[in-house]
Design a protein. Structure first.
Length: 453
């Protein structure tokens, strides 16, 4: 058995592995990149798709009263006026008068608050982290909405915004979904999609980015259900992370937002923090948004979005419990949690022990030689497996078998199948299991059954 070293992966190691093995590349890398934007490579896109599928299955397919939605990224700007984002989606910012660098004031102060007076006090005499001079401005608010123009004329009347969260268009579709699905309260709407935030200081790899993807669910309830449903969705989040994604409980903890920390729409908020390489940080938020959203949309749109409860004969504006997590952050948590270094015969083996459901490649077919007769059989095994499963399977016949195993371990492939000259005689292959490295001879016609995931 390999000896596993308990290590916490550093950010540099994670970034380097993600690039070397084709998970994440810097966007526009050949032009020097663009801060806060990243591209997912061949294994990154598989991991991300598997994460999204796992969440969609648990959230939509397994909850009969939750329905999916895929709305436009650009909406009528009145939506963001009503939601409070145009006025309040802000972070505190300080500029350095000497070098021009901009910093998040709360990050610099080391305190989760948006109270400008408190921040000004804490930052008094603080040097700029970039140039070291004590020339920071007073903190001020900065709006994070990304602007664009719709149509040929670029003026105030054509300004629109890239959505800062996927939730906004769930609220505006509340009545459409309720009516078309003939739902009664409580019910939910889930959406996975891109969102954009002009973050002051994007950082920590894919942790804080400007183009992100969110998995969000809004659960519409009567006012008296707030406490119970808030607890239910907190529990869902914890169970999903520990049981479905398989993250170690030691790497997770709860964080309750204080009054200064909560978003402008939330009456209560609990985050699950994950132990990222840079420390425990927010991964997934559960928020009690009360009737804030629908009340604002009723006021701004003039549409009646209230709900009449046939059973109690009461009319009310639905309250909302929100469950919201970033796909990229989840991917970073999965990679951090799965990263292992092991001593094997005096050498270090890097292995990603990703849950098999999430693994980007499920099986690698590795012929021991490029000789035509072996390639032919190996191609047949590959095709047969592709046709009889829905797994992403890789075929690789370049380099030594040791190097190919190493590569698959670093990608997190649970099964490597080697095909040797004996396979031509006995119609069997060797299956190597990623975590135990145990090898087992398996008949080709029993292979799909043996590696059932
Ligand atoms: N609709 C509620 C909402 O958007 P949020 O706490 O601002 O709440 C929810 O974001 C989740 O989206 C976070 O817990 C995080 O996982 C992810 N997220 C937010 N901002 C992000 C950013 N700049 N980069 C990467 N992920 C981000």
């Amino acid at each position: 058995m390999p000896h596993t070293k308990k290590i916490t992966v550093t950010l540099e190691t994670l970034v380097s592995l993600a690039k070397r093995r084709g998970f994440v590349f810097q966007a526009s890398e050949i032009y020097g990149g663009l801060a806060g934007f990243w591209d997912y490579g061949p294994y990154g896109v598989e991991l991300v798709n598997n994460i999204k599928q796992l969440w969609w299955r648990a959230m939509v397919y397994e909850q009969p009263e939750i329905y999916g939605l895929d709305s436009a990224i650009v909406q009528n700007p009145k939506l963001w006026k009503a939601s409070g984002h145009i006025d309040s989606f802000t972070d505190p910012l300080v500029d350095c008068k000497s070098c021009g660098a901009r910093h998040r004031a709360d990050h610099l102060a080391g305190l989760d608050t948006s109270d400008l007076k408190e921040l000004a006090l804490l930052l008094k005499d603080k040097p700029c982290p970039k140039c070291g001079k004590k020339t920071l401005t007073e903190p001020r608010f900065y709006n994070m909405m990304m602007k664009t123009w719709v149509g040929p004329v670029e003026d105030e009347s054509s300004v629109a915004y890239l959505r800062p969260e996927t939730a906004g268009s769930i609220f505006t579709n509340y009545d459409n979904v309720r009516e078309t699905t003939r739902s009664k309260i409580p019910f939910g709407i889930a959406q996975i999609g891109k969102a954009f935030r002009n973050e002051i200081s994007p950082r920590d790899f894919i942790f804080r980015v400007r183009e992100l993807e969110q998995m969000e669910m809004q659960y519409f309830i009567s006012p008296d259900m707030q406490k119970q449903q808030y607890e239910r969705w907190r529990e869902f989040c914890w169970d999903f992370l520990t049981e479905r994604v398989g993250l170690a409980k030691d790497n997770l903890k709860w964080h309750e937002h204080g009054p200064d920390e909560r978003a402008h729409y939330a009456a209560a908020a609990h985050d699950v923090y994950f132990n990222f390489p840079q420390g425990f940080k927010e991964l997934w938020g559960t928020h009690n948004r009360t009737d804030f959203d629908l009340k604002n949309h009723i006021r701004e749109s003039g549409k009646d979005l209230s709900y009449f409860d046939e059973a109690t004969k009461e009319r009310y504006v639905p309250n909302i419990i929100e469950s919201s997590v970033g796909v990229g952050r989840m991917m970073m948590a999965v990679l951090t949690d799965a990263y292992n270094e092991e001593e094997v015969n005096g050498e270090t083996r890097v292995v990603l022990k990703i849950d098999v459901k999430l693994a980007p490649v499920k099986v690698a077919i590795l012929p021991l030689s490029k000789k035509p007769e072996l390639s032919k059989l190996s191609r047949e095994v590959y095709t047969k497996l592709v046709q009889s499963t829905n797994y992403n399977i890789e075929y690789d016949e370049t380099q030594s078998i040791g190097k190919r195993y190493r590569r698959q371990d670093e990608i997190g492939t649970p099964y490597c199948v080697t095909i040797d000259f004996e396979s031509l005689e006995d119609n069997a292959v060797t299956v190597r299991e990623r975590d135990s490295m145990k090898q087992q001879r398996v008949k080709i016609d029993k292979l799909a059954e043996y590696i059932k995931i």
